[in-house]
Write a protein that binds this ligand. Structure first.
Ligand code: PLP
Length: 463
């Protein structure tokens, strides 16, 4: 494709995206296709000769859109929002055009220095502890952040010739913690799921301390605690201050997983979520969830990155141009290759500014508060957990069967998409506000639809 052709097609692509965003509300949120239906539209083999770009773009509407779950749709209220924005998407395009490889400072000096700077900008915006300043890195996901934290923890622990290792998280700690532990050869049996309090679903620190003590007495090595700020199930906030004291006393690494909720600390009134974070060894949060940055952009900060570097730094004749005074990002991550993800974070932070980001986050929180008030006012439902962020969890008072039927009916209609979770063995419906296009009006319309659908539920009340 010549630069002139690129210019022409590039404009068409940008128009396509703008049209998609503009018309999104008129599409069903979820696809009606059966498994295999998209693959059936594709030839068995790649084409022998090149096809015109116009045909490729036309297949976005024919092949891709009808088989897509539209995460940017105002009716997408499941999981957590994966927000994006114009500045983020355009920066992705620019980064793809540059297509740099940032494994070393010398292979991409501007990318390295922008990443270091915007990691610090975000730390300042969120008022993260001083120990994390200058020590942030952008990864693909929070799953990688947890894995790197455990790798660093093990490297630190190995200095004392320790093992076998045990990792601790709450009952509601994310599934990626299980994966990270397995990758390190820590079996599921050595991942302790600490009980949580009934309503807040926050980790019980006394139980954590007792388990750490018992494991040590049994000859095991408590390696790390992964505490959560904003659990995936209900956005519970673990008590970092009490957990931090235990970790310090016991010499156990503390990683704080704030994948979804951490960015809320950009608003000063939400900073309570990080009380005690100054005792943590590492911390992750995902601007790609709530901060308009688009997948993938996950920040991980280390209070002392030395054990991470010890584990990750490799040398080879072809990796020659290193410098002690510079950041070589291959020391901060598992792969050698590194995309220029910092560009989109830089664009988003500049395009919105502190004020714009706060407005966006506060809108999500206000939407959740409004929604919770409608749920509380409806005698068929009850709130199931606190809702400090953009997520509201609730139950059907008639029981789990009625809740499940309601979810199935709402999602079958395809104009909304909700997900569920379980708490104490009970079924909970989740509604996640804060999405790119979710507004107070769209949420009101969604609640009306859910409420009307609840009128059709036929499952008998639990005995
Ligand atoms: N941790 C928490 C608390 C999450 O909510 C999630 C995803 O929703 C994750 C970790 C996994 O995040 P990622 O997809 O970035 O690996």
């Amino acid at each position: 494709m010549s630069p002139d052709e690129f210019r022409r097609h590039g404009r068409a692509v940008v128009d396509w995206i703008a049209d998609y965003w503009e018309g999104l509300q008129h599409l069903p949120v979820t696809p009606g296709r059966e498994p295999g239906a998209t693959a059936a539209l594709l030839p068995d083999t790649a084409p022998e000769t090149g096809e015109p770009f116009d045909d490729l773009l036309a297949d976005m509407d024919r092949v891709v859109v009808p088989g897509t779950v539209h995460w940017q749709h105002p009716g997408f209220l499941g999981y957590f929002p994966m927000t994006t924005s114009g500045p983020a998407v355009l920066a992705e395009l620019l980064a793809a055009g540059l297509n740099t490889q940032g494994m070393l400072w010398s292979t991409s000096p501007a990318a390295a220095e922008i990443e270091a700077r915007v990691s610090d900008w975000l730390a300042e915006l969120m008022d993260l502890p001083e120990s994390f300043r200058g020590n942030g890195v952008i990864q693909d996901t929070a799953s990688t952040g947890v894995l790197l934290a455990l790798i660093a923890a093990r490297t630190r622990a190995e200095r004392d010739g320790a093992g076998p290792y045990v990792v601790y998280t709450s009952e509601d700690g994310n599934a990626c913690i299980t994966k990270a532990a397995r990758v390190l050869g820590i079996p599921d049996a050595h991942l302790r799921r600490v009980p949580v309090a009934a309503w807040t679903r926050a980790m019980d620190p006394a139980d954590l301390a007792a388990r750490i003590g018992a494991d040590r007495a049994a000859g095991l090595t408590p390696l790390a605690v992964v505490a959560t700020v904003g659990t995936t199930a209900t956005t519970a906030v673990d008590p970092l201050d009490a957990i931090g004291v235990i970790c310090r006393e016991q010499g156990v690494w503390l990683h704080v997983d704030a994948a979804y909720a951490g960015v809320a600390a950009i608003c000063p009134e939400m900073r309570w979520i990080h009380r005690g974070l100054d005792q943590a060894d590492s911390y992750s949060t995902n601007p790609h969830k709530w901060l308009l940055t688009g997948l993938e952009c996950s920040l991980t900060y280390f209070a002392d990155p030395a054990p991470l570097h010890q584990a990750m730094r490799v040398t080879a004749a072809y990796l020659h141009d290193r410098g002690e005074a510079r950041i070589d990002y291959q020391d901060w991550q598992i792969p050698l290759g590194k995309r220029f993800r910092a560009l989109k974070l830089w664009f988003v932070l500049r395009a919105y500014g502190r004020e714009g980001l706060q407005r966006h986050l506060r809108e999500g929180i206000a939407c959740a508060e409004e929604l919770a008030s409608w749920i509380e006012a409806d005698e068929r439902f009850e709130l199931a957990a606190p809702h400090p962020f953009g997520l509201v969890c609730f139950r059907h008072r008639a029981g789990d069967g009625a809740g499940r039927e309601l979810l199935a009916r709402v999602n079958a209609d395809r104009r909304l998409f909700l997900t569920s979770t379980e708490s104490d063995g009970r079924f909970l419906l989740r509604i996640a506000a804060g999405g790119t296009a979710t507004t107070s009006e769209s949420l009101k319309a969604a609640w009306q639809r859910i409420s009307q659908t609840a009128d059709q539920v036929t499952t008998a009340a639990d005995p």
